[in-house]
Design a protein around this ligand. Sequence first.
Ligand SMILES: C[S@@+](CC[C@H](N)C(=O)[O-])C[C@H]1O[C@@H](n2cnc3c(N)ncnc32)[C@H](O)[C@@H]1O
Length: 210
Amino acid sequence: MSFASYLAGQLRQPKGFFGRLTVRILNRQNAGQNQATLDALDLRPDDWVLEVGFGGGDLIARMAPVVSRGSGSITGADFSQDMVALCAKRFASLVREDRLELHVASGDALPFEDESFTKACCVNTIYFWPDAAVQLAELQRVLRAGGRLVASFSPPATIERLPATKHGFTLYEPEEARRLYESVGFAGVEVIRGGGRRGEFVCVVGTKPG
Ligand SMILES: C[S@@+](CC[C@H](N)C(=O)[O-])C[C@H]1O[C@@H](n2cnc3c(N)ncnc32)[C@H](O)[C@@H]1O
């Protein structure tokens, strides 16, 4: 196995020591993208927000001060047991205060009732979804009417420079993501562009119709 394919596997589902190291690096590298996602969510103190694929938890750390000001809460779903264990330890006080719930779960079969959340988000996970329309429909199912979804990712021109993306990643142009959102019924879909030294990312924002 080449290093690029090993790294691709760790990015898809981080495990063990190398997985923990990888997400520590991602937490730093993706800080600007996570902040842009938080801004696009327009998170309010009373929101019930779901993040799918939270990895090392940088976005959880950014959302926590907002929901802690009101009656809101954060729920995370990640199919890596090691990421759930890592974030359960990192955010033990939020879990104790019932501000944060963490679940080992796959984005295409979320263990939540319909209309459980007012906001939902995912950052750098869309590349690993076997069927993006199924995952988006599942996110739509668990959102309330009027709820907002933000999916953030890097477009091909930025991310295909990384050798790991040749190993099982599916890359999306922002307009393809917009069409996918619309195909599952999200309304008012908007593409917000951002970036920095490491290249471009987008936040695709859509609303579940009321
Ligand atoms: C590349 S990491 C991104 C972590 C973090 N969001 C970031 O941008 O730094 C992808 C994360 O999504 C999770 N993941 C990938 N596909 C998933 C799926 N289908 N369901 C749930 N979690 C998934 C992985 O376990 C991993 O923690």
